[in-house]
Every structure is written in C-alpha cells, then in structure tokens.
Design a protein around this ligand. Structure first.
Ligand code: AHR
Length: 617
C-alpha cells in the first residue's frame, strides 16, 4: 500500500540522490535551463605555477555525442612549466570528502598535442590544501577516450574543490568530468548517495513512483531532431536517460534548473529493485497538466509517445534478444525488472483531451501487455470540476487505478479522515500518489498520521499511497514541506518522515474479523437494506458480491453459471428479511432478495459490491 514518490524537484537528483559530486560535469548548463546558467556554471578557470590558457565551453563538430552537445575546450599556453585548467565547486558548499574514503575520477578527453597532454587531478579545500594526493592522467590522441583515476581522501571537508589542470601547449578537450564516492548505495557504479538511499530504503516502500510529477509534463509538445535542431526543455523522455551516461542528454528541468539524466530509467529500475519496491514510471500523456493546459494535436507525435511507452515496457521486461531488453542487458541487467504498472499523465487539467489520449495509451498497452495495469489520474483534487469529470471518465471506462493528489492544511486532513469511506467500491481503486499537510510542524505530521488511519480503514479502495515530495536540498528549495532534507554531507528526516516510517514499516498483513454489531462506520457499511436500484445482468456486471464489514465475501455471483447463481463462500450466522425468515442455506433466494433491495442483517452489516463492465450505464 505504501510507497515513495521520487521527483527531481529541490535538486533531488543531481546534487542529491545521484551520487555524482561534480556539478555541470558536461558543460551543458544554459540560460534556457535557468537565466543565471552558462556552460561555465560551477567551474572557474585556474592557473598554477604561472600557467596560461583559455577555457571555453563549445558546441561544435568536435562534440562527444549528438546528445551531449557541449564540451570544454582548453587552449594551453605553457611551453615550459605551469598548468592551466578548471576547478569545480560541486553542489552546495562544495564537494563533501571524508578521510579514508575512495573517490572515482573519470574524464573524457582528447588532445591535439603530438606528445599528449598531462592532466593533474586535485581535490583541495577552499584554502588550497590537498584533501587527497593529486593524481596524474596522460591524455593521448585526438579522439574521445575515457580516462580514470582513484583519489583516496586523507582529510575531511564539506567544501572540497576538484581541479583538472593541463600542462603543455595545444588544445585539449574535456567532457564528462566526474567524481563519485566509491561506496555508493549497494556499491552500484553511477549509483546513489548512500545516506539518502538508505533513508528511503528504511521506509521499506512497496513502490517507487518516478520521475514526476510536473517534471514529466514539461514541454510535452516538443519533437526531437537530434542532428540539427536540438530543442532544449523538451519533455522528459525515458529514452534520453538510458545507455552510457556520456551519450545521455541533459535537459531543462520543470523546476528551473538543469538535469543531467545521470539518474535515468535504468538507475530508477535498479534502485526500486535494490530496495524491494515495485517501479511505477509515469509517462507524459501529451496534454500538459500542472497548469500548462495544452493538448497536442500532432497525431504522429502521439503515436511515437505511445510506441515509446511500449518500448519502455520492453526495456524493463523484454528478453535480451529484443532491442530494448538488449539495451537493459548491456547496461548490466539481463534479468527483467518487475514492472507491473505504468502511469500515464500527471495532474491533467484538460480532462477530455487527456482522457482521449489516455485511452489510446491504455488500449495499446493492454493489447500488447495485458498484464500491465495502466494508471490514470484525476487532476489535482483541488480542481473541482476537472477532478469530478476525470473521475467520471475513469469510472465509466472501468479504469483500474486512478492517481489523486492533494496538499492541504492539517485541519483538512483531520476533517477528511472519512474521505474514502464513501468512495464507490465498484469503481476504480485509488492511488494517492501525492499528499502532504502543508507546513512542516509536528502538528502537520500528526494530522497526516490521523488521516492515514482512514487510508488503512479503506485499504479495499485506497490501493497505494505516497507522501510528496520526497527529497529537498536545503540550498535549492522549490517546494515544501518535504520528507527528507539534505545538504552535501548530511541528511535528516522530518517528523512526517517518522510518521511515514511508522506506518510503512508496520503495515497490516491480516484483517481481524469483528463480530460486533451496532452503528456502522460509514455510508458504505449498510444497516438495513442493500440492493442495486437497477438489477444486474451479465450485460452490465461481471461480478457481484455480498461482503461483510471485515472484508469476507459471503456470497458471489460472477455470472459464469448465468445470472442469479450465487456461490456461497463464507456465509455464517442467519439472514433475516423483512417479512420473511430466511436462513444461511437459502442462497437460492438471495438473488431475489438483493434484487428487491430488502435484505437486512442478522449477525452482520453487509455491503454489496458489483464490478461494472466497461462502458455499461
Ligand atoms: O510534488 C510536487 C508537485 O506537486 C508535483 O510535481 C506535482 O504533481 C504536484 O503539483
């Protein structure tokens, strides 16, 4: 039931869960990501021992890859001694380095100097003192090659700087300047920051929803022309985020910064697997929700996105002999990932336009992968008409699972403990994909806890729930409250984190039957009569059940033997019917009684559940 929702908001990925320590490692930052950005953001030209040169980010034919457009050109002027290069200031205060830990450095480089170019790689604090013994890397030849080195820290600092300095003359080109702690979570290469991943894992989430949120809706309309016209700020597309990291794009993030995609779909799937959670990807529906209110009219683009979603399923679960399953295997995971759900769209504001697209995705996915649950959404719960309309569309179409989001006051959470008591048991199940009590005080967390007892009471309707957002970097906050906070070397959970952990690590695994009679808890627990106003036939219903409040199905008619053939499953106690005297053995009479709407309870309060066929009135 409980899981986490990871979105790259508040610098949750780069500088956060993604363990890369170098900011703007591929010199791709641009003003379109954020007006204050340039290719040199986080980098400073640096000279040593009288060295000279220029450092220029360039987007030209020398590029490392079509999707990794920009690199750094160093023009060197050190005929004798001296070194020239660049220094990276990392995220937040700097690069956090701990004595005794090992750090993996790598860089892609090429040089036109016939004798090659010697690079010096140094980790220093802001006073210029070494944090690790500097190491040398010899670059040879004018084709892109990856060079690696290991640095072992002998001093601790939370404000380290990484310098890459070149000796000699000529032109040396650098890209993907990278530094990772060796001990990432589960020691995965290109992995996660250990303390943050451990805090998420400690919640024992049942699922990980990713990568957004509004993030997935960014610019859903943009097409893709890698060779000539590279549109920045295109939508979050999973294919941009897989394969070797040096071939991945970076992109403007919905939340106003550059995202490297170093933490991409493979890493999300791997992380979910590592923490025993079900991965739940969200793909854009080509109707930009989150207040952007635009729907695509581009049929070809829509078809491509639908195909991309089928390809995503192949990437996660396809055999190694398939195109995308083969890519997954080449990245290190020949076994399939355990993908069972795919969500389409996020907080859609145009209900009819969204739903038309959703149905196209759903039909294609269900045709190719009937085992996959396609999750719809209901817009933001505060949207009133949109929310109601989307629920109606989802219900009418027999959608299995609908994503709901709300961020409200603590008073709202206390007053709405009964929210799901009245949800239609025959309708779609609820995925509460995002919720939080606004503000970050203990009272907010207690209100969330009180509300969560209502989720658990209604676990037959609320199938999944995740607090949001998950992570926030103290220096880059777009949204609060958040569950886990961090800077570059520390992290801590909020009181809401403790509430989530309490519930998530103490989930119920059985229902305790109750024999109590008396006032019922909510409108779905019916004392008095139960029945359908218009009786079911197999044309309109596929499954009708009479259920006791403890969830026990007493009688079931699945129409397999024709309407009215009730299967007694766990009938106990006695029935009484107004004006009659039926007993538990009178199952044949049950159909008549339900139709007439005049069963009353003996030992049980009963409820009636019926699963409607798609499209039935
Ligand atoms: O969780 C933060 C944002 O809230 C999500 O991106 C969006 O879905 C919602 O509006």
């Amino acid at each position: 039931m409980y899981g986490v929702f990871f979105e790259d908001i508040n610098y949750a990925a780069d500088g956060g869960l993604y363990a890369e320590l170098v900011r703007n490692r591929s010199f791709e930052f641009l003003p379109v990501d954020n007006q204050s950005f340039t290719g040199m953001t986080a980098w400073t030209p640096t000279t040593e021992d009288g060295g000279a040169g220029t450092a220029t980010p360039v987007d030209d034919g020398h590029r490392l890859h079509d999707r990794n457009r920009t690199h750094l050109r160093l023009t060197l002027g050190n005929p004798d001694a001296g070194r020239f290069g660049v220094t990276n200031s990392g995220f937040n205060r700097g690069i956090a380095v701990e004595a005794g830990r090992r750090y993996d450095f790598s860089v892609w480089a090429r040089t036109d100097a016939a004798a090659g170019t010697r690079l010096t790689v140094a980790l220093r604090d802001t006073d210029g003192r070494n944090l690790a013994v500097a190491t040398r890397v010899a670059v040879r030849g004018d084709t892109w090659t990856k060079y690696t080195a290991t640095l072992t820290a002998h001093r601790t600092s939370d404000a380290g700087r990484l310098s890459v300095l070149a000796a000699g003359t000529g032109t040396v080109r650098l890209d993907m300047v990278s530094l990772f702690p060796r001990d990432t979570f589960r020691a995965r290469p290109n992995g996660m920051r250990r303390d943050l991943a451990e805090k998420v894992a400690a919640l024992k989430p049942g699922f990980v929803r990713f990568p957004g949120g509004c993030l997935v809706n960014t610019g859903s309309m943009y097409g893709y022309d890698a060779a000539s016209n590279w549109p920045r700020a295109r939508s979050y597309q999973w294919k941009d985020t897989v394969g070797p990291v040096e071939t991945r794009a970076t992109n403007a993030n919905f939340w106003g910064y550059n995202q490297s995609y170093g933490l991409g779909y493979y890493e999300y799937f791997q992380f979910a697997e590592d923490i025993g959670a079900m991965p739940l990807p969200v793909v854009p529906a080509l109707v930009t929700g989150c207040g952007q209110n635009r729907a695509t009219v581009d049929e070809a683009l829509l078809r491509r996105h639908i195909q991309d979603t089928l390809d995503l399923i192949e990437f996660a679960t396809g055999p190694v002999t398939s195109t995308w399953g083969g890519l997954r295997a080449s990245m290190g995971h020949p076994e399939p990932f355990r993908l069972t759900h795919v969500a389409v769209g996020n907080e859609e504001n145009l209900p009819d336009e969204f739903f038309a697209n959703f149905q196209r995705f759903r039909a294609a996915i269900e045709a190719a992968h009937p085992e996959i649950v396609v999750v719809s959404n209901s817009g933001p719960a505060s949207s009133g008409g949109t929310f109601d309309r989307l629920w109606q569309l989802n219900r009418d179409a027999g959608v299995e699972l609908v994503d709901e989001h709300y961020y409200n006051s603590p008073a709202w959470f206390l007053q709405n403990n009964t929210r799901y008591d009245s949800y239609d048991r025959a309708g779609p199940k609820v995925f509460l994909g995002e919720y939080a009590s606004r503000d970050a005080k203990l009272f907010n967390s207690l209100a969330e806890a009180a509300f969560m007892t209502g989720l658990e009471r209604n676990a037959d309707v609320v199938e999944m729930a995740s607090y949001a957002p998950l992570l926030a970097n103290v220096d880059h906050v777009q949204w609060r409250p958040d569950l886990i906070w961090f800077d570059n070397d520390e992290s801590w959970g909020t009181t809401s984190y403790q509430v989530q952990k309490l519930f998530m690590t103490n989930v119920g695994d059985r229902t305790v039957p109750t024999l109590a009679t008396g006032p019922t808890l909510g409108p779905q627990d019916i004392t008095g009569s139960i029945g359908l106003s218009t009786w079911a036939t197999s044309a309109t219903y596929s499954d009708v059940r009479v259920t006791a409040p403890d969830g026990t199905v007493l009688f079931r008619d699945d129409f397999s033997a024709g309407a009215g053939q009730w299967t007694p499953l766990a009938h106990r106690g006695t029935w009484s019917v107004s004006g009659g005297g039926y007993t538990q053995s009178d199952t044949a009479a049950l159909d008549t009684l339900v139709k007439a709407g005049n069963i009353t309870t003996g030992d049980y309060d009963l409820s009636l559940k019926a699963k409607k066929n798609a499209g039935a009135e």
